[in-house]
Design a protein around this ligand. Structure first.
Ligand SMILES: [Zn+2]
Ligand SMILES: [Zn+2]
Length: 309
């Protein structure tokens, strides 16, 4: 099935099951970039200064490559940000791949270390707290991205969240009755709120899968690291991800339609206005009732625990 490119009739190099089409390499690239543009434009994006967060993995590397290629079309000015997490070999390899792509594309960039902001690396931080490593890492990255983007006058941060990630995040939120997680995050676009020192967010790959991002890297010769983060082993989100295998066999559109449904419902429901205020310590936005953001709480806790050691 779908052995031929739907556009030119040449042998297909990739099949997109949910769309029931095959593409040759050239027409896959066209398709991929069309989805990126359409996702942003249909959600009202009209350009601006965009800081692209690159981890070194296939998703964000494909994103950086595509946004750089489409920058005039989209009316954006981009800079890349890589955050060194300090996770041994994984972080060394990631940084190497990122630097390779940045040099090839000649893009402006900033590389920062978690240690510079938090005082310790991610593996050390994880030892001090009782939270899952991915949630500690996530909150630290979000705070650093926002700070760097804000201080360099960027309107948006673009991240490489793909369809597999976002659909699984929603699924897990449903299965664990954490419905606030659905109400809160993962929009295609969150507008900037400069009065709150809050940079906007773009998730241009929300309707593209891991497989498509990987193939986009391969056909364009984009380097990426194919390493699993050693701290994410056993993460719950990964286990939930396997549930899609069955659903996709039953209906290849299931993951795409599920995600679209949730995003549409989110738009329709009257969102309660969550009060966002500046953190008493760092001045960046928080919703915490005590007025101290989770990054500052973590940093304070680590300081105290290091002293008492
Ligand atoms: Zn073709
Ligand atoms: Zn704070």
């Amino acid at each position: 099935m779908y052995r031929k490119c739907v556009v030119c009739g040449k042998r297909a190099s990739i099949v997109i099951e949910r769309a029931r089409v095959g593409f040759c390499e050239e027409h896959f690239i066209e398709y991929y970039e069309r989805i990126i543009k359409r996702t942003l434009k249909r959600n009202g994006f009209s350009g601006g200064r965009v800081l692209v967060a690159v981890s070194g993995g296939k998703d964000s590397m494909a994103l950086l490559y595509a946004l750089n290629k489409l920058k005039d079309d989209l009316g954006i000015e981009i800079m890349a940000l890589h955050i060194d997490l300090g996770i041994d070999n994984y972080s060394i390899e990631s940084r190497r791949a990122v630097e390779k792509l940045l040099k090839e594309l000649d893009i402006k960039y900033i590389i920062v270390s978690v240690k510079d902001y938090l005082g310790v690396s991610i593996p050390e931080a994880v030892k001090f707290v009782r939270k899952p490593p991915c949630s500690v890492c996530g909150l630290v990255k979000r705070w650093i991205m926002n700070k760097v983007a804000y201080e360099n006058n960027y309107d948006y941060i673009a991240t490489g969240h793909n369809l597999d990630d976002v659909s699984t995040y929603f699924l897990k939120a449903m299965f664990t009755y954490r419905y606030e997680d659905i109400v809160r995050g993962n929009e295609v676009i969150s507008p900037p709120k400069p009065e709150l020192k809050m940079v906007g967010r773009l998730r241009p790959q929300i309707f593209l899968t891991e497989k498509e991002n990987l193939f986009y890297c391969e056909v364009n010769g984009v380097p990426y690291v194919d390493l699993e983060c050693p701290l994410s082993r056993g993460a719950l989100l990964k286990k939930y991800k396997t549930l899609w295998e069955t659903a996709l066999k039953l209906n290849p559109m299931s993951q795409y339609n599920f995600t679209r449904s949730i995003l549409s419902i989110k738009k329709k429901i009257q969102q309660e206005e969550i009060e966002i205020k500046p953190c008493k310590i760092c001045g960046f936005p928080t919703t915490a009732s005590d007025g101290v953001c989770s990054f500052c709480k973590l940093r304070e806790k680590i300081k105290i625990m290091k002293k008492n050691k």
